[in-house]
Each structure stands twice: as C-alpha cells, then as structure tokens.
Design a protein around this ligand. Structure first.
Ligand code: NAI
Ligand code: SF4
Length: 405
C-alpha cells in the first residue's frame, strides 16, 4: 500500500530534489548549524553530572522552547524531575505543521543524531526511560531514515536499555502539533487539545510526567552539552539567548534556512535573503504576526512581535487581502471542531472576509464585525489555534485602516 511504499524509499526517491531541496539549504549558517558535532560527547558530559546539575546547565544556557512559545526549557525539565511518579516520558514534537515552517525538517533530515542525543540528555535529567518522536504525517518520507538513525544511536550506545525511543507517525492534522492534542494522539485517541493545567510536566503521556520539546530545542541541548552553556548563553539578547534557524520563503532571491542570533532585526534578514519591494512579512507562520514596512526594524526574538521560525515574504505584487483569506481558510480547515468559538468562528471569519472584499460599501461595518469576532475567538477558544486564528485578519485591518483601503 501507499504508506509501505513510501516507507521503503529514501527521501530522494519519494520526492524530486526540487520539492524539498531548497528548504534544506542553509543560506546563512551559525554556530548551531556549523559546529563540529562529536556523537556521544554531549551525553558523556551529562553523565558526569547529577540531574540537578544537568537542568542547571540548560538553565544557565538560557535555552527556551524553539517550537514557537519560548517557554524556559529548564523550568519544564525541573518540574517533571520533581514529580514523585517513577515512570516519566520524553516526547519530541516533530509535528512541524505551521505553514512556511521547515526548520525542523533540516534537523530531521540532516542532523537527526543530534536530536536523539538531546532527548537522551533530557531523559537522564528527569529520569525517563522511554521517549517518543511524534513525526508530522506529511514527513512520512523521512520515517525510514529516522528509524535508521535510531538504530545507529543504539549501536553507538546513545540509546540503550535505560532509554529507548519509539517513532510515531501523525496522520496529517495540524492541531496535533499542540502538545496536549499530540499526547492524546500518541495515546491512540482523537487529537483534541485538553485543558491546561495540568501541564505535561505533571500529567502528560499516559497520565505520567512528560517533557515535550520541539526538534530544534533538543538539537540545541546537544550543542549546549558539547560546547558548554556559556557558548549558547553568549549569543542573543538579555532575555532571548542563543541562535536559531529561520525558514525563509516567498518573494526573495534566496529562500531557505538562515541561522541568526536571537535579536537580529527582521530588516537584516530581509537584506540577507535578497527581498525587494517587500509589502509585508508574516513572521511565525499564520498564527504569528503580519508585519508591514514600518515594523521591519522589529527584532526576531521572544520579546517582540516576531518570534521568527517561519518568515514568509510578500512583495507589492501580492494582495494583502488574498494572503489573509488564505490564512483564514487554513485555520477553518484545520480547526479540530471541538469548541464553538473556533469551529464556528473560523467559518464566520472566512465569510466576513469575503463580504469585506465583495461589498466595499459595507466595509466599515464588516471591519467592526471582524474585529469583534477575532476578539471573541481570542478570549473564548479552547486552545491556541482558535485564539490566534484571527491575528492575520486583525493585522490586515490595521493595515487597511492606515492605508485607507
Ligand atoms: P504555551 O505558551 O501554552 O506553552 C508553551 C510550553 O510551555 C508548553 O510546553 C507548555 O506545557 C509549557 N508551559 C506553559 N505554561 C506553563 C506553566 N505555567 N507551567 C509549566 N509549563 C508551562 O504555547 P503552546 O500553545 O504550547 O504553543 C504555541 C506556540 O506554538 C505559538 O508560538 C505558535 O507560533 C507555535 N506553533 C508552532 C508550530 C510549529 O510547526 N512549530 C505550529 C503551530 C504553532
Ligand atoms: Fe479545536 Fe479550535 Fe477549539 Fe482548539 S480552539 S480545541 S482547534 S476547535
């Protein structure tokens, strides 16, 4: 069948080079993509430390979650470690589904050994004996290669009887990137986000304390334990440490991956990738912010409006309205349907946007309705998807207001 056929092939046999090749090109490398990785050295360094010391080292580095939210990694690990429950899990969130995001794919394709080692270090820090990698359904073509990397990690002793990892393939639902929906899905249930708290660190997979981190976060852990926490801490800004990968796509001469220290101005990235006549940039994917030229001096870090990760560039030939409609259609399609504000709200958003475009004479009222709806969705949706689905619309309306459109 199709799944077995794809699993039996290498990535290159599945998709033509042009499909994914450009997305794995590191246009601008930095310490994390360039350093000489020595397999097993990071975990060897961690083995000489107590659990508290390992967590302390992650805290000293200032590592924050690189899936998008930027939550302090050491805090998550510490909380999980503190739980009296003897069974704990490590989960790697490889359900990279945000449109325009392909940074994790680089690690999954080219540096999976580093991700596995980062998971093994986390397991040692919290006392977990089992880990899972939740792989995005659309990354099926990487399944076989990752299994081989897991085998290799066993052969060189990074994985052993004390810590093993199972690879789990998602089924293509965007919402399963949300950690509680991911956990539900891993348990064989429908991927619906659950209420937090309790957070996974306390009650996660199979009700046990669980560390859930993104692919790039685990890869950074390996860097920290090989090169030292000060090497990571020396990069970035006061509150956003380190450097990270940005997936750059859209209207620019050199789309691809850019590793930049936290706090780099968006304008610098736009000049590096050869973006010309840029009208707007969606930073952080559709659930992030749509930024216009007067905001291009914003810095890419956890403090400002542009966390980075996914940078989609649109030049003046694009319609801001169409971009917004496209994002709204995406959320409408991906809403899991569990709660009304999002299930009905995402549909209403697309209808109102259509009315906004087709009936210019009613724009004032439609604009008011749209803003009310996005606010309502933000306040009453059950999870981040519904809360942020209206963000691109709100940005578009601010732009339209400023430009009298
Ligand atoms: P969140 O802020 O609710 O949580 C982030 C992490 O911190 C979670 O692991 C959560 O368990 C932990 N956490 C938060 N508060 C805590 C507390 N008080 N105690 C202990 N742990 C706590 O954010 P969420 O909803 O998990 O992620 C949203 C982000 O994900 C957005 O920035 C969005 O851009 C990004 N995203 C990334 C995608 C991708 O493909 N990489 C896809 C979709 C969204
Ligand atoms: Fe599902 Fe949307 Fe509600 Fe989240 S906000 S639970 S995605 S319906």
């Amino acid at each position: 069948d199709f799944c077995n056929l794809i699993r039996s092939k290498t990535p290159l046999e599945c998709w033509p080079e042009s499909w994914f090749g450009i997305n794995n090109v590191v246009r601008h490398s930095g310490p994390l993509t360039r350093y000489q990785y020595i397999p097993g050295l990071g975990i060897k360094n961690a083995q000489g430390l107590t659990r508290e010391q390992i967590i302390q080292q992650v805290g000293d580095a200032g590592l924050r979650g690189l899936g998008g939210a930027g939550f302090p990694t050491a805090f998550k690990w510490h909380w999980c470690e503190q739980q009296p429950e003897p069974i704990k899990y490590i989960v790697c969130n490889a359900d990279e589904g945000e449109p325009g995001t392909f940074k994790d794919r680089f690690y999954l394709t080219k540096q999976m050994d580093r991700v596995i080692e980062g998971m093994a270090i986390a397991a040692r820090a919290v006392g977990a004996r089992k880990g899972y990698i939740y792989l995005r359904g659309e990354y099926l073509y990487l399944y076989q290669a990752i299994q081989q990397e897991l085998q290799h990690a066993k052969q060189i002793g990074i994985l052993n009887d004390l810590f093993e990892i199972e690879l789990h393939l998602g089924a293509g639902a965007y919402i399963c990137g949300e950690e509680s929906a991911l956990i539900e899905s891993l348990q064989g249930k429908r991927g619906i986000p659950t209420s937090k708290p309790p957070y996974p660190g306390e009650k996660g997979l199979f009700g046990k304390p669980t560390v859930v981190n993104n692919v790039e976060t685990f890869a950074s852990v390996t860097y920290i334990f090989q090169e030292g926490s000060s090497a990571f801490h020396s990069m970035g800004t006061e509150k956003s440490k380190g450097s990270r990968l940005h997936s750059v796509s859209g209207d620019c001469e050199q789309p691809g991956l850019y590793e930049l220290p936290q706090g780099t101005p968006l304008s610098k990235l736009l000049s590096l990738c050869g973006a010309k006549a840029t009208q707007c940039v969606q930073v952080g994917g559709p659930s992030g912010q749509l930024l216009f030229p007067d905001q291009f001096d914003t810095t890419l870090d956890f403090e400002g409006p542009g966390h980075g990760g996914a940078i989609m560039i649109f030049d003046t030939s694009r319609s801001v309205m169409s971009i917004t409609q496209n994002f709204s259609n995406f959320f409408r399609h991906e809403s899991c349907g569990f709660c009304t504000p999002c299930r009905a709200g995402t549909v209403a958003l697309t209808h109102l946007l259509e009315r906004y475009t087709k009936l210019p004479e009613n724009r004032q009222q439609t604009s008011k309705d749209l803003l009310e709806l996005t606010e309502l969705m933000n306040k009453s949706s059950h999870c981040g998807l519904g809360k942020t689905a209206g963000q691109p619309v709100a940005s578009m309306l601010r732009w339209a207001n400023d430009h009298d459109r």
